[in-house]
Design a protein around this ligand. Structure first.
Ligand code: SOE
Length: 386
């Protein structure tokens, strides 16, 4: 029997669209006991026209311009927080106190201090909770994790993550407003560290285990930008670029790099792990491929003697690949939006089975802890233990 879950969405921007699409599509591809119903969405009074357009396009039954009122509604089961970062803390705590299921977009908070309070609230309420780190659910990234778990990489030595974009190079790009709040530290918390490297850190710890310590350098290339709402020049306080070294608990060492000034790169997230028995590489500009280098047999550890030994570029679209049996036929690709659908399916299944979805708030708090340590390290110029 299908049970409905009534969704209340807090925010109607880019992430509001990706999450709404996931709720609409998930039951078309995955057989689940639960079916999300788009019950209500929230936007600010001053954005009423945007909100109404959003409601119409995605088919929400109603709108609210007061998020507290939306959370208080008895006909809402699940609160999805896709508002700018500075609102996550208050919205999540209110949703937990109201006993709602909670979905929250990354980064979960502005700081570790906020994240700790959010974890305490959701755990006290005992509600199902997830933080949307959608890139774990790219089939090729899930396959990357599987390859590691199967022992095909062996003892890991190097982890290398990059997450680069190029949309802030021009001095004319303003900060703030509904489109560019990610450049305003009061709204976003941090720059590329929370917005982009949070993804890389989540995936890295999922694939290669906990990070023990970090040392970082951040840069602000453009020191002042006009504010989108006032037109006034204001100093930039977010990190435009960030690089850090990481030591993992398993003894491997990592490099992480992120910038919004990498001319030519739009959403280039890549990761490579080099181990004793093999290596794996993924790059979001070719999301349907996983690259794998097989050096030794995972069972015996013996070198595979072969004059054709080299990198394999695996097209991750077969039924035996993660998530792919739910979509089309081998060789046909899926896209960015499916990473959210896959995550939503896993979340609904975890509610059905009574298990903990990963990453939940507690797991995401670790990523927040690493992000905070990275920012602190860049400020103090020293290694920080996690
Ligand atoms: C920023 O441009 C952004 O939209 C991030 O906020 C998302 O998390 C990332 O997946 C794509 O880029």
């Amino acid at each position: 029997m299908t049970k409905t879950i009534n969704v209340g969405l807090l925010g109607c921007g880019f992430m509001g669209r990706t999450h709404s699409n996931a709720y609409s599509q998930v039951n078309h591809f995955f057989e689940l006991e639960y079916k999300p119903v788009l019950k209500a969405c929230y936007g600010r009074e001053q954005d009423l026209e945007v909100l109404k357009k959003f409601q119409k396009m995605w088919g929400y039954e109603s709108i609210e311009t007061d998020w507290k009122k939306l959370i208080a509604r008895n006909d809402i089961d699940l609160i999805d927080v896709v508002a700018p970062n500075f609102l996550h803390h208050d919205m999540v705590i209110a949703a937990a106190e109201a006993g709602k299921i909670i979905v929250c977009e990354k980064p979960m908070a502005m700081s570790l201090n906020e994240a700790e309070k959010m974890v305490a609230a959701v755990e006290k309420a005992g509600v199902a909770n997830m933080v949307m780190f959608n890139y774990r659910r790219v089939p090729a990234v899930s396959l990357f994790k599987q390859v590691v778990e199967e022992g095909r990489i062996g003892k890991p030595f190097h982890y290398r993550a990059v997450y680069n974009q190029d949309y802030t190079i021009s001095q004319k790009v303003p900060q703030g407003g509904s489109a560019l709040w990610r450049l305003d530290a009061k709204i976003a918390g941090s720059g590329v560290t929370g917005d982009l490297l949070a993804h890389s850190i989540d995936t890295a710890e999922w694939i290669n285990g906990p990070i023990k310590k970090v040392v970082a350098y951040t840069e602000i290339f453009i020191k002042e930008r006009p504010h989108a709402e006032t037109g006034k020049m204001e100093p930039i306080t977010i990190d435009d670029a960030c690089m850090f070294l990481a030591i993992f608990e398993n003894g491997s060492i990592g490099t992480f790099e992120s910038t919004r000034y990498a001319r030519g790169r739009k959403n280039y997230s890549s990761m490579e792990l080099n181990g004793e028995r093999g290596a794996a590489y993924f790059n979001l500009e070719e999301p349907e491929y996983l690259q794998f280098f097989r050096y030794a047999d995972p069972d015996t550890g013996n070198k595979i003697e072969d004059h054709l030994t080299g990198w394999q570029k695996i097209l991750v679209t077969n039924g035996e690949h993660p998530y792919m049996s739910k979509y089309w036929v081998p060789g046909t690709t899926i896209g960015y939006e499916h990473t959210f659908i896959n995550a939503m399916s896993d979340f609904l299944k975890s509610i059905e089975d009574g298990t903990q979805f990963q990453p939940n708030f507690r797991t995401a708090m670790r990523t927040q802890k690493v992000c905070d340590a990275v920012i602190q390290s860049a400020k103090e110029g020293r290694w920080i233990e996690i």
